[in-house]
Design a protein around this ligand. Structure first.
Ligand code: ADP
Ligand code: MG
Length: 918
């Protein structure tokens, strides 16, 4: 280690040598502290051995399993990988393997790739000003080598075969051999922290290990969200923990991480400003959305990025929490973190990532400006009335515009109309609360737009330093047409312009959109031209996860007919077009699927149906197996004539691997028991004393919380004289599922070709009659009227009625449909209509099709899994009181049939009463 020049080999106090600044506390340590080593300062100084220095600095970079995964995944992303597999064994302590398909490492670079301070990403310090890669310190691989055993296999596009390199503790290559892997790099890290026993010891409890696995998953989710096109797979002991397919956009990527129902309750926001240049964009909980669904006590679902780097920025998190808490209100609200994605982009030179060796902290040069911009954006979303000036009323009465009656009066409108002003109503988000076609709503939209513009001006005037360009986009992420950044064409009065002039100013955008002027005779907006909303080509949604986790078992999700076709024909297409990118191959496959003959298509549809049956069967079995595991049948002794067991299916093998403890794990030491003096009478006295002071909650169903059992994430409770074990997550699952059944709106996507609905398609004229009698919007100018009945909309159907071209009979067609549910189609619409016809189902909940129920069940399970394992006393009380209020005694088991309360013992009341265990 180089000696630092200010080290003084003298007994003179530091202050005398001018080393301490004014205000520093000056204590002569040797005099004041009896425990201070007396000869410390005069000890001979030695240079630490290189080995020790390496270990010390490496353990600052590599602090945990997550930090290894982080460094390796960042290397993969820097290498341009579009697919990253992270495989852990024994929670990463035995093996961490990251496989990517990036550019790989050239043979010439291999000798130094893991030597510390060798990097291909920067050449000098000033390059940090333009940094676009995650890595730059050239330290990660070397540090990992210092604390574990590393093998790296890699192949570049120019190599014929891959090469496997074994690295030593200094990062030097000790051996190399040819290997069979494809292009990219595979880094295998064995025996992490084998030379740091204290750190390894840290992972000795299973709770810590599980926590670490959860953190790895969260980290991968963060990269999966900020890089939608990235495919990510996380496995633990060979079982799939999380899989994200390549996604089209941030929204779809967010769905893979948070689930579709959470994302359906989010709204996209964007803000851009210059001086300092800041872009904020992301998805935030919709105003009025359910806080228990959209927030949690930990920030695991608050994904914040600075220049595409996942960060935990304390001030940003604090602000998010405060703003969301103020909007939600209620006790405990200020301490809840909203589920969201926020991406902050600033110029590279305004960020310093080189604060800590592990790059987990970043310093923002323009922190105050970022916080101000974020605060303004959140205020506009959550409390618009406080963010803008009073609405500007044009002086010319002809230009007076009315408020949107729908937005004003609809009880479930998520927020005051001004918030929604720039939201472009697109055909696919008609089911949203303020449902009005653009052409119909021009007046109300213009009213809102003007107030939005004035709010823009207010921001400009108040902060003077930046221009707010807030844009809300529709559910499908279709960018609004009013979010134009050029100052000249932004709606509304501008600073410096004479807004008090008698003739109200009409901007070109406002005019061209038909919102500028009203026809004095009809009161209708003069619409010189129809606005063309560029609807992104509806593409097949990427599959989010390949497996469902049902009762802790992975069940492969069913494939749709087109997905089966794709799967079977992908290699053929790849062979035919070896140079085609993944995207081109997918497009070619989509083309082929569209042009497929009827017979062929039928073949795949039949296969898909079979696969769906298989899925239902396996899900059922998975749920049943849980109950049979609890009461295992005694197996008959194996006899000579006994039948051989059928080989295990893949699924069973996967189950076993998942449940199987890691092979080399040592048995935990036997628990020691210590006799404790105990008196039942004293305990009773004490209980009487404590229960007298404590109220038995009537809103928790007369239940008293006794204490938490952390090892099982459960609570011991007392109901009457019965001591019970409670798993709050089982109750949460059911409550959430019930709530989703009642309120969840399944998101839809526009269909390539609308499906015409006729009597024969709907199977029964009664179904058609029921459909026609459902609630719809008044027709648009084009004559098309959209059905707004919640039973259709919430179940993922957007249906429109258009005047028939030939006959006076109206023509009905499905314009958009849910795409998050496999094999969803007209059959499910028939199921809704049958419920209406046969059971007079009037509410959404009563006519949920089976597939929707299954989907919502899966969503509820997935969301509850994201709750923290250790719930606080308040949380459990709240859960119990909601159970009491919402379900009463109607239900006692969770979605998988497991009881909420497990009897433990009956507490004796009298001395003679023997305690009975249940
Ligand atoms: P840094 O990322 O800071 O440059 P690392 O020690 O993480 O330092 O990596 C050293 C170098 O090894 C990188 O600069 C890069 O050139 C190469 N490298 C590491 N991992 C990969 C990978 N997965 N694919 C391609 N190159 C890699
Ligand atoms: Mg790196």
């Amino acid at each position: 280690m180089p000696r630092t020049s200010h080290v003084q080999k003298t007994n003179e106090p530091a202050s005398h040598q001018g080393l301490l600044k004014e205000g520093d506390m000056c204590i002569d340590a040797a005099d004041e502290c009896p425990w201070f080593p007396q000869n410390r300062l005069i000890d001979e100084m030695k240079q630490l051995p290189a080995e020790t220095v390496r270990l010390l600095s490496s353990s600052q970079v590599i602090t945990s399993v997550v930090s290894v995964v982080k460094e390796l995944v960042e290397n993969s992303l820097d290498a341009g990988a579009s697919s990253v597999d992270v495989k852990l064994e024994n929670f990463g302590l035995d093996r961490i393997e990251v496989v990517d398909n990036g550019c790989g490492i050239k043979a010439a670079d291999a000798p130094v790739m893991a030597v510390k301070h060798y990097t291909s990403k920067i050449s000098c310090h000033s390059d940090l000003e333009r940094l676009e890669t995650y890595g730059f310190r050239g330290e990660a691989l070397g540090s990992i080598c210092a604390v574990s055993e590393v093998i790296l296999t890699t192949k570049t596009a120019d190599d014929n075969v891959s090469t496997q390199y074994t690295l030593d503790h200094n990062g030097n290559v000790t051996s190399r051999k040819p290997s069979h892997l494809g292009q990219g790099a595979t880094v295998s890290v064995f025996k992490l922290f084998k030379n740091l026993p204290v750190r390894r010891q840290f992972y000795s409890s299973s709770k810590k290990c599980k926590e670490e696995l959860r953190k790895v998953q969260e980290l991968l989710m963060a990269y999966g969200i900020i890089r939608p096109a990235l495919r990510v797979l996380l496995t633990h002991n060979k079982a799939v923990v999380w899989l994200k397919a390549k996604a089209l956009d941030h929204r779809t990527a967010l769905m893979a991480a948070l689930g579709t129902s959470t994302v359906a309750s989010m709204v996209p926001l964007q803000h851009r400003q210059e001086q300092p240049e800041i872009i904020l964009e992301g998805f935030f909980p919709k105003p009025g959305s359910n806080p228990s669904l959209m927030s949690s006590t930990t920030p695991d679902r608050t994904f914040v990025f600075i220049n595409n780097r996942p960060v935990h920025h304390r001030d940003i998190l604090k602000l998010l929490k405060r703003q969301y808490g103020a909007h939600v209100g209620g006790e405990g609200a200020p301490s809840r973190y909203p589920a969201l994605m926020l991406s902050v982009t600033v110029t590279a030179s305004a960020v310093d990532v080189n604060l800590t060796p592990d790059k987990t902290q970043v310093m923002l040069q323009c922190k105050e400006a970022v916080l101000l911009a974020l605060e303004t954006m959140l205020t506009s979303l959550y409390c618009p009335e406080s963010s803008g000036p009073p609405p500007i009323v044009p002086k010319d009465p002809k230009c007076r515009v009315e408020e949107d009656p729908v937005c004003q009066t609809a009880p479930d409108c998520p927020g005051p109309p001004a918030v929604d002003d720039t939201a472009q109503v697109t055909p696919s988000d008609r089911h949203s609360e303020c449902e009005k076609p653009v052409s119909e709503n021009t007046t109300s939209r213009s009213a809102n737009t003007s107030s939005s513009s004035s709010s823009e001006d207010w921001v400009i005037n108040s902060s003077c330093s930046f221009e707010l360009n807030l844009s809300l986009t529709g559910e499908d992420g279709i960018t609004n047409v009013t979010g134009v950044s050029e100052p000249d064409i932004v709606d509304g009065p501008k600073p410096g312009r004479d807004s008090s002039s008698c003739v109200p100013e009409v901007s070109p955008v406002s005019w061209s959109m038909g919102r500028g002027l009203l026809d004095p005779d009809t009161g209708q907006a003069i619409s010189p031209m129809r606005v063309h909303v560029s609807v992104p080509e509806p593409k097949k949604a990427a599959k989010l996860t390949a497996y469902d986790l049902i009762s802790n078992r992975t069940v492969r999700q069913p494939l749709s007919a087109s997905a089966m076709f794709e799967q079977e024909n992908r290699t053929t297409v790849q062979r035919e077009k070896p140079d085609a990118s993944e995207q081109d191959v997918s497009t070619a496959l989509e083309e082929r699927w569209k042009n497929l003959g009827v017979q062929e298509r039928k073949k795949y549809e039949e296969k898909a149906e079979k696969d769906l049956l298989r899925y239902h069967l396996q899900s059922k079995r998975a749920a049943e197996r849980v109950s049979s595991e609890k009461h295992p049948r005694p197996s008959p002794p194996a006899g000579p004539g006994q039948k051989r067991k059928a080989p295990l299916s893949n699924l069973q093998v996967l189950d076993q691997l998942f449940l199987q403890p890691p092979s080399k794990k040592k048995l935990p030491p036997e628990k020691q028991s210590i006799p404790v003096a105990f008196s039942l009478a004293a305990l009773r006295q004490r209980l009487i004393r404590t229960t007298m002071g404590r109220r038995i909650d009537s809103d928790t169903g007369g239940v008293q919380l006794v204490g938490r059992l952390p090892s099982h994430s459960a609570w011991v409770i007392l109901r009457g004289s019965h001591l019970l074990l409670l798993d709050p997550s089982r109750i949460e699952e059911v409550l959430l599922f019930t709530q989703l059944l009642e309120t969840n709106i399944i998101p839809t996507r526009l269909l390539d070709a609308p499906v015409t609905l006729t009597n024969s398609v709907l199977g029964d004229p009664a179904n058609m009659r029921a459909l026609c009698s459902m609630q719809k919007d008044p027709p648009e100018l084009s004559g098309a009227a959209y059905f707004t009945d919640p039973r259709l909309v919430a179940n993922g159907f957007q249906i429109r009625q258009i005047p028939g071209p030939l006959s006076p009979e109206p023509h009905l067609e499905v314009a958009a449909m849910a795409d998050c549910i496999p094999c969803f189609g007209v059959g499910d619409l028939k199921e809704i209509l049958r419920a209406v016809v046969e059971r007079q189902a009037a509410s959404v909940k009563e006519c949920r099709p089976l597939k929707v129920c299954n989907y919502l069940e899966g969503e509820a399970v997935r969301l509850v899994r994201q709750l923290p394992l250790c719930l606080s006393q308040e949380d459990v009380r709240d859960t119990l009181s909601r159970l009491d209020r919402q379900l009463g005694t109607a239900r006692h088991t969770c979605l998988h049939g497991r009881p909420f309360f497990h009897p433990l013992a009956k507490v004796p009341v009298t001395e003679q009463d023997p305690p009975t265990s249940c």
